[in-house]
Design a protein. Structure first.
Ligand SMILES: [Zn+2]
Ligand SMILES: [Zn+2]
Length: 373
């Protein structure tokens, strides 16, 4: 298999940390440029999210010249911050690995899930920590993400074409977004104490905008509902579709410790950089394609779907309690460099390719695969 990350060595050494961030894969022996503490990670993430909301709100409220160009920028910041809050901060907090202090983890886990109108921290922990990370449940039909996908009509035994058609139907289905929204609000309404109060204040603030802010109703819709509710919902679906090879067989040789390895590959955002050896004409075409794919596909995927340490999700399942979650790409590579403790690592390049891999596996499996556990 081609070493895709090595093709990026065509670029100067000083750009390599950027490519590590963008693709999600570190170079052999590469050391992190920057090590976040939990507090600096939190500060950056909250700043992205709140700046996004502020940009979109100002754009729609003031409708300054070219406001419709500022609005998508606000969306990107909002969704990036929101998904990082859920998939990194709340996720590490529920593993009790965010700040290292359990009460503080719980506090920030609640705060970020209130701001993102996500399920409560407790519900998220139950779904992820108590189920997804359990050996008997992981990637089986009892795993909550699998149930979520089956519920949306994704089924093993369907052809790859049918599964992709299903995916597009769901992406465009108002019912999908509505049900997701009800699930998130319902989880919040079942909560108690200051979490419920915080949720009320946060939602109340946005719902009050039509009464006092210019274009307030439009602000509510375009700056809040669209990115925080709808786009985040789509992002979560795209993430889940390619997170693991759901319902796939396990490899008994991987033992108790690395049982997730057979169903989990790293998900990288990038494509092979055109080679120097290519003829000039072909190289021009290849560069145009590569540049367009990087700007319009891989970077958006990295910012909006496969955020934070998610490219190295395989490493997370091998070492769920690692304190190195801010530098997961480097930690994963170090494990490879030193001869991995577990089975060989696998990788997929491209968010869509990761989803396609799951669909191909499901196409091959018979409908009976559903009862494999
Ligand atoms: Zn997982
Ligand atoms: Zn986890």
């Amino acid at each position: 298999m081609e070493d895709v990350r090595a093709t990026y060595l065509r670029f100067p050494a000083w750009t390599q940390h950027f490519w590590t961030w963008q693709t999600g894969k570190a170079l052999p022996g590469q050391k992190p440029l920057l090590r976040h503490t939990w507090a600096s990670y939190l500060a950056v993430t909250l700043a992205l999210f709140l700046a996004g909301l502020a940009v979109s709100t100002a754009a729609v409220a003031a409708m300054f010249p070219f406001w419709y160009l500022a609005l998508p920028l606000g969306w990107v910041l909002t969704v990036t911050g929101e998904r990082m809050m859920v998939l990194v901060i709340a996720h590490q907090a529920l593993h009790r690995r965010f700040s290292g202090r359990s009460r503080l983890d719980w506090f920030w886990g609640e705060v970020v899930t209130v701001l993102s109108v996500f399920h409560t921290f407790r519900d998220f922990k139950e779904e992820h920590f108590d189920n997804h990370h359990r050996r008997e449940i992981f990637a089986t039909e009892a795993d909550p993400p699998v149930q979520f996908l089956l519920d949306l009509g994704f089924r093993p035994g369907l052809s790859r074409r049918q599964l992709w058609r299903r995916a597009w139907t769901v992406f465009l289905s108002p019912l999908f977004y509505w049900r997701g929204f009800l699930g998130r609000v319902g989880s919040n309404l079942r909560s108690r104490s200051w979490r419920l109060a915080g949720f009320g204040v946060w939602l109340g603030w946005w719902l009050s905008l039509p009464f006092w802010l210019p274009n307030g109703a439009l602000v509510l819709l375009l700056a809040f509902v669209l990115p925080v509710i709808l786009f985040a919902q789509l992002s979560a679906l795209l993430d889940r579709l390619g997170e693991h090879e759901w319902l796939g067989p396990r490899n008994p040789e991987f033992g108790h410790r690395f049982y997730t390895a057979a169903n989990t590959a790293a998900r990288y955002c990038g494509a092979p950089v055109p080679a120097r050896s290519m003829p000039a004409g072909a190289q021009v075409v290849a560069w145009l394609r590569w540049t367009a794919a990087t700007i319009f596909y891989h970077i958006p995927c990295r910012l909006l779907v496969v955020v934070g340490d998610l490219p190295s999700h395989d490493y997370h399942h091998r070492y769920p309690s690692t304190p190195e979650w801010t530098t997961a790409a480097y930690a994963r590579q170090r494990d490879i460099d030193s001869g991995p403790e577990g089975p060989p690592y696998e990788e997929v390049w491209g968010m869509g390719a990761a989803i396609d891999r799951v669909f191909r596996a499901w196409e091959g499996s018979t409908a009976g695969a559903l009862s494999h556990r």
